[in-house]
Design a protein around this ligand. Structure first.
Ligand code: NAD
Length: 703
């Protein structure tokens, strides 16, 4: 018998332990070993019942990702066939679920007649995040176990449920008192089943999963949710699979699931989402940093500035149980910051996501101070004061004096030169940029800015810490705006210019959101603040000053005091939270265009999409060439997790590859030629893009 399975016979019970660390991924060798073990137990007259469990404690995290998209995923025993066989054994099978049962791992549990979990176990079908649907019976067995609506919600959200919730749903039959007692309880359960003459599989709780649903359930579910799905395929396929579970007998439903799974697997969207999945793993590989790099211990953090960002940043650490000292210049600002944090937590309590006790416990981890001496024992200090180089340099001079040797000194600057900040200290090797995104306690992206002298162990420590607080860290080199904001600039410039040429804010934003972006560019500007945009333009006049049309409309709005949502008007007008078109913006655009000699015309949706996205892509390729981004997939992660780029397009770089790099280059050249002096100035193809196309490359890489 394979060493991937621990098999033992205990007084009529076959204990079958999955032993493929770290997560019992259901690759072909484990599938084969599991099938062999099940057949052995089925054939052995001394076996009355089977118990499946994770030999190292964890049940199974699902499919083997290294098999994704390869023939081996279909090699015998194919997971759906294995699970079908398991579900047909004539002896009761109990799944004893420790740790997690996710994806194929949960489908394995569903193929067993009975399920018992330990406290803290998490169960889920996250396939939707890869543009897929459960393809090993999950879409058919889950509705029959917990009803169509609950099953649908679980699969469409991809969210994991706790053991307690799973028990409530009927997904688990029992939850044990402790993790240690899992196997003993599973044994006791199996003996009980045998003693009571229970069948190998209990009767389905929802033999007709649709029985409790209204006649128009699927129709109204679709009507309610489709607008949010935009052009995503996977949720529609999940819905179709669950409808089949309601309409077809199990055997036919399983076949239908297979067909739908193949459709999802072969789609460009799933390829894009799988690209994103692998991109997250790749992002952790950094030249000069490897597993042997000794990390610095981080047990105490300090944050300077308790404003919008500082407060959110501090919450991340308190949430992870790490004590944080929050420093402000004045007591009032500190009180305001701490009150805001408490209010943010209170919202979570109201939504049932946090208990009162947890709120208090987190607040006790947050200590306020106005005295730098209280930062002397911090292992990491993150500065989040005003975006002004001199102010930040002053803060770092003080940190250099008061912090202990070896403390990591980080800046949350969005655009400033981290080398210039590091240079005012006597320890530039300990200085790094940690660019959080707003709201900092929610957004998962963290740009980790490696300055010229940042030590490898500082980088490695912050990357590890970022994961500890639930972030997706992406390393960037030093330049204006790093990866994200540097690319945002030409993207924003193009949207502004299109307004002068004849497009409306609503048209531009509609085109972008229809493409799947979370928000349109001009709605983003109104949210972030037109005043903030203006300050950034001001700081860059030497680069942009030779184009009088550059973000001109934004600057005109600034002059009118229309700072966006916070003043009730910007590119749009706001009534409460409602965004309304504003004819005065069109009139303003007409006037400015006239003054600048720009002829207004009808602009096609295609031109809007291409000019915005080609500018974004072109800048990304340039960043790769400059070495600011280490790899193109890092750029994709930044845009998906920080700027609302749709994961089902795989990020701007992956999207460019799907369009064809030659087509992107031809498009940029076309606009360069068509747009006169403006095109000449701004729509120059990145030299790396030209080299890639000349070399016949289809992937974006540095050559
Ligand atoms: P903010 O104005 O809300 O907060 C800044 C805080 O710093 C204020 O509370 C202020 O009292 C305090 N402060 C100023 N000087 C100080 C000093 N010398 N010592 C201690 N405290 C001081 O600003 P914010 O939006 O939180 O931005 C802070 C930093 O984060 C900036 O560098 C900004 O570019 C960056 N950032 C902002 C965002 C965003 O969306 N707001 C996103 C990413 C990064």
């Amino acid at each position: 018998m394979s060493d991937l399975i621990h098999y033992r016979l205990e007084d009529g019970l076959a204990l079958i332990g999955l032993a493929s660390p770290p997560v019992n991924a259901l690759g072909q060798p484990l599938r084969a070993a599991l099938l062999e073990a099940c057949e052995r137990a089925a054939a052995d007259p001394a076996v009355s019942a089977l118990i499946l469990y994770g030999a190292t404690g964890l049940f199974s995290a699902g499919a083997d990702i290294s098999e994704f998209g390869k023939d081996i995923a279909y090699a015998a025993p194919f997971l759906p066939d294995l699970l079908l066989r398991l579900s047909q054994l004539e002896k009761p099978v109990v799944a004893a679920i420790g740790g997690v049962a996710l994806g194929g791992g949960m489908e394995l549990a569903l193929a067993c007649g009975y399920r018992v979990g330990e406290p803290g176990t998490r169960l889920g079908l996250p396939e939707i995040h890869l543009g897929l649907l459960p393809g090993a019976g999950g879409t058919q067995r889950l509705p029959r176990l917990i009803g169509a609506e609950s099953a649908l919600n679980m699969m469409i959200s991809g969210q994991q449920v706790s053991a307690e919730h799973a028990l409530m749903l009927g997904l688990l039959d029992r939850v044990t008192d402790s993790a240690e007692g899992l196997l003993d309880d599973a044994r006791a359960y199996a003996r009980e089943l045998l003693a009571t003459g229970s069948p190998a599989r209990p009767a389905e709780r929802y033999p007709n999963p649709a029985v409790d649903l209204s006649d128009d359930f699927f129709q109204s579910y679709r009507a309610e949710h489709e607008p949010r799905w935009k052009n995503r395929l996977a949720p529609r396929l999940v819905l179709a699979a669950v409808e089949s579970a309601c309409l077809l007998p199990l055997a036919e439903g399983l076949l239908r699931e297979q067909a739908l799974f193949k459709q999802a697997e072969g789609s460009a969207q799933s390829a894009a989402q799988r690209h994103v999945f692998f991109a997250e793993r790749e992002a952790g590989k950094i030249p000069g940093v490897d597993a042997s790099t000794v990390l610095r211990p981080i047990n105490k953090v300090a944050v300077i500035g308790a404003g919008t960002m500082g407060g959110g940043i501090a919450m991340n650490f308190a949430n992870a149980g790490i004590p944080v000292t929050l420093l402000e210049l004045k007591a009032e600002a500190l009180d305001r910051g701490l009150t805001q944090i408490r209010q943010n937590y209170a919202i979570s309590v109201k939504r049932g996501k946090l208990s009162e006790a947890q709120l208090e416990q987190r607040m006790t981890l947050l200590q306020g101070t106005v005295d730098y001496a209280d930062l002397a024992d911090a292992d990491l200090v993150i500065e989040a004061v005003f975006e002004n180089l001199e102010i930040k340099q002053n803060v770092f001079r003080i940190l250099d004096r008061v912090c202990k040797p070896g403390a990591i000194l980080a800046s949350n600057t969005s655009t400033l030169d981290v080398d210039a900040i590091a240079a005012v200290t006597a320890r530039p090797q300990d200085v790094i940029g940690l660019h959080f995104f707003s709201p900092a306690n929610v957004m998962r992206l963290l740009e980790v800015v490696r300055a010229a002298k940042t030590a490898p162990d500082v980088l490695a420590t912050t990357l590890k810490l970022a994961r500890r607080i639930g972030k997706i860290p992406v390393v960037s080199g030093v330049c204006f705006g790093f990866i994200g904001n540097r690319m945002f600039e030409p993207y924003s410039r193009e949207a502004h210019r299109l307004l002068l040429e004849g497009a409306s804010p609503a048209q531009i934003d509609r085109v972008l959101t229809e493409h799947g972006l979370a928000m349109g560019m001009l709605a983003v500007q109104d949210l972030a603040g037109i005043d903030i945009g203006y300050l950034i333009h001001e700081s860059r006049r030497e680069v942009i000053g030779h184009d009088p049309s550059y973000c001109k409309l934004g600057d005109e709005l600034y002059a009118l005091g229309r700072y966006g949502q916070k003043t009730g008007a910007g590119f749009y007008r706001y009534e409460g939270r409602e965004r309304l078109d504003d004819p005065t913006v069109t009139a303003l655009a007409e006037r400015v265009a006239g003054e600048l000699g720009i002829t207004r015309r009808d602009i096609s949706d295609q031109e809007i999409l291409e000019r915005c996205l080609f500018s974004l892509i072109n800048e990304g390729i340039q960043l790769l060439d400059e070495g600011i981004a280490l790899r193109s997939s890092d750029i994709d992660l930044v845009y998906i997790n920080g700027y609302g780029f749709p994961a089902h397009h795989g990020g701007p770089m992956h999207y460019a590859e799907t369009l064809g790099l030659d087509n992107v280059l031809a498009g940029i050249r076309r606009y360069h030629d068509e747009l006169g002096a403006y095109g000449e100035l701004w729509l120059q193809p990145a030299p790396l893009l030209e080299r890639l196309v000349a070399a016949g490359k289809i992937r974006i890489e540095k050559i």
